[in-house]
Write a protein that binds this ligand. Structure first.
Ligand SMILES: [Zn+2]
Ligand SMILES: [Zn+2]
Length: 255
């Protein structure tokens, strides 16, 4: 049993073959998936998938790249939807300094508002971080995000930063990059993060693992992530699957 904790099955790239993509995932042993919506359109689609499939859950929030577009009504709407039993986390939220569509101060404000909302509705948060580690850690501390905890999704930082995040009640989630030959840091993180703090994800359709790098990613490939981590840790893939599924169910409060 594998748990893909971060998938964008609501992406346009699956509009023609979503059924087959889901079937392939189940065939590879993916028992649960969390579909992440990060704007009006993708949140609506994530909710629809979560309502239609027993094994799909939704994570909803506002992406930092589009922070500049978020209105007070959007935040209220997310709060209303968060009461739905299939919504298991808020996000993805955070900071992305790679793209400059939204100024940093607006990204920070939208990030803080979502952390406060998560504390209000008592849901864990899923953090997107691109080239913004220092500011993210600072905001998580200042806002007391430890209270709800959550996931550092597609973690690409050092083992030291991973430790700092784990101390703040966050799980470390690894995706396709851990399988890339030149990915030194994710491999170090895979080696050092204890099994009870580790999660796996695809972030599909992005970041397909080796040997599909550069192609469209899908939840079935989360198995390749689990296999790579098992090899690094010197344990069986079943052990990785079991631990990461148990962790995800605990965090998302899924029975
Ligand atoms: Zn992300
Ligand atoms: Zn994502």
């Amino acid at each position: 049993m594998l748990f893909d904790t971060h998938a964008h099955l609501n992406d346009e790239q699956y509009k023609d073959d979503l059924q087959e993509v889901i079937k392939r995932a189940q065939k590879e042993g993916v028992s649960n998936m969390v579909v992440v919506g990060f704007d009006r359109q993708t949140i609506e689609k994530a909710m629809e998938l979560a309502k239609n499939y027993e094994f799909i859950y939704a994570c909803i929030g506002w992406h930092p790249v589009d922070a500049i577009d978020m209105t007070p009504e959007d935040l209220l709407w997310i709060e209303e939807l968060s009461a739905h039993p299939k919504v298991v986390a808020l996000g993805e939220m955070g900071l992305d300094y790679h793209w400059d569509k939204s100024p940093k101060d607006i990204q920070k404000e939208v990030f803080r508002k979502q952390i406060r909302l998560a504390k209000k509705v008592k849901l864990p948060i899923v953090i997107h971080n691109r080239e913004a580690t220092g500011d993210i850690v600072e905001i998580l501390k200042e806002e007391g995000a430890e209270e709800v905890g959550g996931i550092m999704h597609c973690f690409s930082g050092s083992p030291e930063i991973a430790k700092e995040c784990m101390n703040m009640n966050f799980y470390i989630s690894l995706g396709g990059p851990v399988t890339f030959k030149n990915a030194k840091k994710p491999k170090e993180v895979a080696a050092e993060v204890p099994l009870d703090k580790l999660l796996i994800e695809t972030d599909c359709p992005y970041l397909a693992p080796h040997p599909f790098r550069g192609k469209r990613n899908e939840p079935a490939y989360v198995k390749l992530v689990a296999e790579q981590i098992a090899e690094i840790k010197g344990v069986s893939v079943e052990e990785i699957a079991e631990a990461t599924t148990r962790n995800a169910k605990k965090l998302f409060a899924i029975k």
